[in-house]
Design a protein around this ligand. Structure first.
Ligand SMILES: [Zn+2]
Length: 75
């Protein structure tokens, strides 16, 4: 489980993946979509869409749709 370094919110694997994707792939500290939204001036809704888009592209930072519930800590 990761927590946002800015506001302390608990983050899902997808949210960690989003940070890695748009900030730094090698990041060890992460920010939640709300804080990324404020930083990049991108609506949270758009960030959620980006997660889905990256997932559909097969990006390994995001859990495949079918395994989202049961297999979230894999890898
Ligand atoms: Zn935050």
């Amino acid at each position: 489980m990761a927590f946002c370094t800015q506001c302390g919110a608990a983050m899902s694997g997808d949210e960690v993946g989003l940070h890695k994707k748009i900030v730094n792939r090698g990041a060890v500290e992460f920010r939640c979509p709300v804080c990324l939204s404020a930083h990049f001036k991108i609506p949270v809704e758009e960030l959620r869409h980006m997660i889905e888009r990256f997932r559909k592209q097969g990006c390994t930072l995001f859990a495949p749709q079918a395994e989202k519930e049961g297999n979230r800590d894999a890898g």
